[in-house]
Design a protein around this ligand. Structure first.
Ligand code: ZN
Length: 201
């Protein structure tokens, strides 16, 4: 729960590309996103916000599922991420993966669910920039998206699988994601493969 005065609404969303919810942030700026047709309250209006727990939990699960997939694809194929998006319960991630091995879709689904069943702990820690960037393969996107003036970097560690620089919200262990289905692998250009997933439960 949060209270504040517009435009300093205190609400929560991750710094990653989470879909906007009615109380949300645009970059560093808190934003109130009105339903279409609803009147906008004047600046300075006192507001009271609440997190939609189910929506947020589902996003945390699917987001963590993307991490598992990203870790597995990097471990097994060495492929970097070129894009992604998510909604509650479904998500996609694009990889620089010119050569897709036979059986990739089914093998990937099995590998992701093996990591879910392994119930790996997920830790976060904040390190000085130099220490974080000294960790091998800590930037998993093809482009380094960390601004140059950021002095500290948050690390999300799926212990034993994957460490990444990341500012988002995750569940505490991989088993909390639940079963994941790989629904589609699409070609998006010569290099890029788009992998779609959904939470089964
Ligand atoms: Zn994340």
């Amino acid at each position: 729960m949060a209270e504040g005065s517009l435009p300093t609404t205190v609400s929560f969303s991750g710094v990653e590309s989470k879909p906007e919810s009615p109380g949300s942030r645009r970059g560093d700026d808190p934003a109130l996103i009105a339903e279409e047709g609803d009147p906008l309250p004047p600046v300075g209006t006192s507001v009271h916000g609440a997190i939609e727990d189910e929506r947020r939990s589902t996003l945390m699960r699917v987001h963590t599922g993307l991490h598992i997939m990203c870790g597995v694809v990097f471990r097994d194929q060495g492929a970097l991420v070129t894009g992604g998006n998510m909604e509650p319960g479904t998500a996609r991630m694009d990889f620089n993966l010119p050569d897709v091995p036979p059986g990739f879709k089914g093998d990937l689904e099995e590998a992701i669910n093996a990591e879910v069943r392994a119930d790996r702990r997920i830790d976060t820690r904040i390190l000085p920039r130099e220490d974080a960037l000294a960790i091998p393969d800590i930037i998993r996107t093809q482009a380094n998206l960390i601004p140059e003036n950021v002095p500290e970097i948050r690390i999300v560690d799926i212990v034993g699988l994957d460490q990444q620089a990341d500012g988002g919200t995750h569940v505490a262990s991989t088993s909390q994601v639940g079963e994941v289905e790989v629904t589609k692998v699409e070609n998006k250009g010569r290099q890029n493969r788009r992998v779609r997933i959904r939470l089964v439960g």
